[in-house]
Design a binder for this molecule. Structure first.
Ligand code: T46
Length: 136
């Protein structure tokens, strides 16, 4: 599974904590884009796709949510509930995000600019792609 939790650098202080990470140093890619997901209803479920090339790190900077990752052979569910920890997700990994707590904010730091060409949004096509076939 090309996916792993990452703990960031933490500077604790009575005046408040500070976490930081650097692209290429703490993540295996240069950060080209950031997006964030919020106001997700309790029963909201998002994702349902894989990326061909894109890598990313997901950080629940407020609240909590769960991420299902699937490499076509194995599935795992991670809970993100700590702003000092993220989940790295490599290419060709199906993902679904769910169980968002009230007010949760999920930040994604990403290796590529947005292009729909990089998405595989159909699970059967994803399985075919994993097994060496086409995504079409
Ligand atoms: C991912 C999971 C974790 C853009 O135009 N630019 C962007 O940078 C992004 C991220 C999305 N969009 C458009 C594409 C869709 O029309 O925004 C709409 C919603 O995107 P999507 O349905 O892909 O959203 P999620 O939450 O299912 O998936 C997102 C990311 O797209 C994806 O890369 O891994 O979060």
């Amino acid at each position: 599974m090309n996916c792993k939790p990452i703990s960031f650098h933490l500077r604790e202080n009575p005046a408040g904590n500070l976490s930081f990470l650097e692209g290429e140093h703490d993540l295996p890619f240069e950060i080209k884009r950031a997006y964030y997901i919020y106001d997700v209803p309790a029963d909201g479920r998002r994702g349902f796709h894989a990326h061909k090339e894109l890598q990313q790190c997901l950080i629940c900077i407020h609240g909590s949510c769960k991420i299902l990752v699937d490499d076509g052979k194995e599935q795992r569910v991670y809970e993100l509930n700590n702003p000092n920890e993220g989940l790295y997700i490599g290419p060709v990994t199906w993902r679904e995000m769910f169980d968002f707590s009230d007010g949760a904010v999920l930040l994604a730091l990403v290796s590529q600019y947005y292009t729909e060409e990089d998405y595989i949004r159909d699970y059967a096509q994803f399985k075919e792609y994993v097994n060496g076939g086409s995504d079409k």
